[in-house]
Structure formats: C-alpha cells, structure tokens
Ligand binder design. Structure first.
Ligand SMILES: Nc1ncnc2c1ncn2[C@@H]1O[C@H](COP(=O)(O)OP(=O)(O)O)[C@@H](O)[C@H]1O
Ligand SMILES: [Mg+2]
Length: 369
C-alpha cells in the first residue's frame, strides 16, 4: 500500500480562544463590538455547541477561528500554535458555512473530491462515496449545485467539510434547512462520525435540542459574551443566570417575581414557595425560576402556591397544565403525569423540591445561591 492510499494521520487538537474580540467598523457608522472577549478551552476531540440567540456573535466567532474574518484582539490556538497570522487555507480547519459556496460548474461529486484531489489523495473516490452514503446523499453525487434544494446543498456542504477528515471542524447551523426526520438522522450520523474520527468540533446553533443532543459541552452565548460553559446537565440543572435558565429548557422555565420571606419566596397572594439556600435577605426582590418538569401538583391545600387550572394538554408521554396563580395574574406551566389529568377550573397547589427552585437577582439576573 502506498502512503497516499492511507488516510493522513490526524491528531486531535486542543482549541483555545483567549480574550477573542471583534469590532466591526464601517464608514459612517458607529463601531459595533460583536464579540466582547471570549475565552474557551476545548479538549482534543471534544464537540462543543455554541448556542445563543440570533445576532449574539456566533458566526463571527467561527469565522475568526476559520481565518475568514480578521481578529480585533485576542488569540486563537490550535494545539500549541497561535494561528492568528495564518491564512484560512493553512489552518487545517474544516468549515461548513452556508455562505461557503459550492463551485457551480462542478458536480457534487467533483465538489466533494476537489480538496482531496488538490492534496493528491488517491483514495478520493472511495472517501467521497463513503461520506455520501453516510449522509444519505448518494443520489445527489452527479447533480450540479444549481439543481439542489437548500437542504441538499446543506448536506453537501457538511459532506465537503467532513470528507477531508479535518483535525478541527467548524459548522455553522449545519442542519437548519433539513426537514425534521432527516435532521434527526443526519444529526445522529454527524455525532457518530465525530466520535469515529475525533475532530475537535464547534457547532453553532440557536436550537437548544440540537445543542443538548450533540454536545459534550455547551457554550451559551449572548450579546457577544459567553454566559456559561458546561455539560448539557450542568447548563440545565445549574444555570448561572436567568438568561441561561430561560434559553435552555423545553417547555421554557417559569420565571416569577417575588420577595424573600423566611425560608421561601412570597409570590404575591399566591403564597410562599419554599426554597433552599439563603438567596438574599428577607424582603429582597428576586426572580424565581421553576422548571415545568420540577413542579408537583396537589389537589389539597398546602403551604405553597395556590393556582387555578386554565388549560390541560395531553401530550401522551406527559401532560402540560397551564395554571393561573391566585391573585397574581401570572401563569405557570407545569408538567404532570398523563395518568392524572387535570380539568380546567380545578384549584391546585404547586410545589417543587426546594433545591430545584432557582433564585436570580431581580436586577441583573445573576444566580443567587
Ligand atoms: N460585516 C459586518 N459588519 C457589521 N456588523 C456585522 C457584520 N457581520 C455581523 N455583524 C453584526 O454582528 C452581530 C453578530 O452577528 P453574527 O456573528 O452573524 O451573529 P449570529 O451568528 O449569532 O446570529 C450582529 O449584530 C450583526 O448584525
Ligand atoms: Mg449566524
């Protein structure tokens, strides 16, 4: 076997961002700071999801790592090498960006093989066939880019990034145009491939389900900053702020204004919800975070929040009740066992294990412990 026929040995690389910043400057406009000093330390072979709302700076961050955008300040390290001064082509980073166009005159097969041929990879044909099969796109190989739907183009872009087996892989919303079933299958295959080949990966998404299902760790981003970096369980069970708690979780967390009162938080006339930990002094204004999954519903009266059932939805695996807190005019969504359905108009009491009730500062939204 010749050397060219074997896959190049790819050593998984550590990827570090240190104080990474980007300010966009254009004539006649105020400078705009899109990325405000990001630190991330990503292990070799790790899959990190960069999760945040539209406009928070995810694409800008990825483009800086790829070398497609200049860096205003800070460092990017791949392994021990600072790559800020290297052109995109020399960084050995695989990119799957929507804006990264395919060559129109070439077939999909030729587009996929292009980078491999440029490196005189004699195994190009077999590699292209293999990746095409795994991403369910064998039937697309002889087509031209102009004849592809947006979902098909997206899979071709993903395949092109993967076929080179890059040590670092950057993907920007790679599954956004796929229909639901295909998105799930391609997502799973992407994770299998990532585990098999061990590329250190950042996948940008605004879809929390995608982040939770794919990632070893999630970096939650907002307004150009990383708000929390942790495993999916850490992000869900131990949110650092009101923003993170609100952004991750389905159905969304209930956020209620209240006032510290003894060992609990008074939510207006609905009652006092027991909480664990000090939080803040008596009388301090706080925001309570209560996940629908953590709520328990009781039909007896009790020492907690009193509410009236407004709507009950049976979603087969679980039921969702929307209840109105007594005297507060605030709604709370609670998840219940479908074996014990609720009826509109029922009066109920809502409780939660005190350690599952999160407290946030009413002003800055920071977590109170
Ligand atoms: N070339 C540019 N010039 C000026 N502002 C830009 C440019 N590109 C992006 N921005 C702005 O920077 C912010 C972050 O953009 P982006 O990184 O694309 O966000 P995301 O990918 O999280 O949706 C947005 O407010 C966007 O309008
Ligand atoms: Mg984007």
């Amino acid at each position: 076997m010749t050397a060219a026929a074997t896959a190049p040995a790819q050593v998984a690389q550590r990827l570090r961002l240190e104080g990474l910043r980007k300010t966009y400057r254009s004539r006649g406009r105020e400078p705009f700071e899109a990325v405000k000093g990001i630190d991330l330390d990503i292990e070799p072979g790790e899959l990190v999801a960069l999760l945040g709302p539209s406009g928070c700076g995810k694409t800008t961050t990825l483009r800086m790592i790829a070398g497609l955008e200049t860096v205003t300040a800070g460092r990017i390290l791949i392994g021990d090498r600072s790559v800020g001064d290297l052109p995109a082509g020399k960084r050995h980073v695989g990119v799957g960006f929507e804006s990264y166009a395919l060559y129109p005159p070439l077939s999909v097969r030729e587009n996929l093989a292009y980078g491999l041929r440029a490196r005189r990879d004699r195994d190009a044909r077999r590699k292209v066939d293999a990746i095409a099969e795994r991403l369910e796109m064998t039937d697309l190989l002889e087509l031209r880019p102009a004849n592809l739907s947006s979902g098909q183009k997206q899979r071709v872009a993903l395949a092109r990034a993967l076929v080179r087996n890059p040590p670092v892989l950057l993907l920007d919303e790679p599954l956004s145009h796929l229909d639901a079933g295909q998105r799930q299958r391609v997502r799973r295959e992407l994770k299998v491939l990532q585990r098999e080949f061990g590329y250190t990966t950042i996948i940008v998404t605004h879809d929390q389900l995608e982040a939770l299902s794919l990632a070893d760790r999630i970096a939650v981003m907002d307004a150009g900053e990383i708000r929390q970096f942790g495993t999916p369980d850490e992000i869900f069970d131990d949110p650092a702020s009101r923003f993170v708690a609100d952004f991750v979780g389905e159905p969304p967390i209930n956020l209620l204004d209240g006032v510290m009162d003894g060992d609990g938080v008074r939510i207006g006339d609905a009652g006092v919800l027991p909480v664990a930990g000090g939080g803040a002094g008596d009388g301090a204004k706080v925001t309570v975070g209560l996940r629908p999954q953590d709520c328990r519903v009781h039909r007896s009266s009790g020492n907690s929040l009193t509410a009236t059932v407004q709507v009950y939805e049976n979603l087969l695996e679980y039921g969702l009740a929307t209840v109105a807190l007594a005297g507060v005019g605030r709604r709370v969504v609670v998840q219940v066992d479908p074996g014990e359905p609720l009826t509109s108009g029922d009066t109920v009491v809502i409780t939660a294990a005190p350690e599952r009730v999160y407290l946030f500062g009413a002003e800055d939204g920071g977590r109170l412990r």
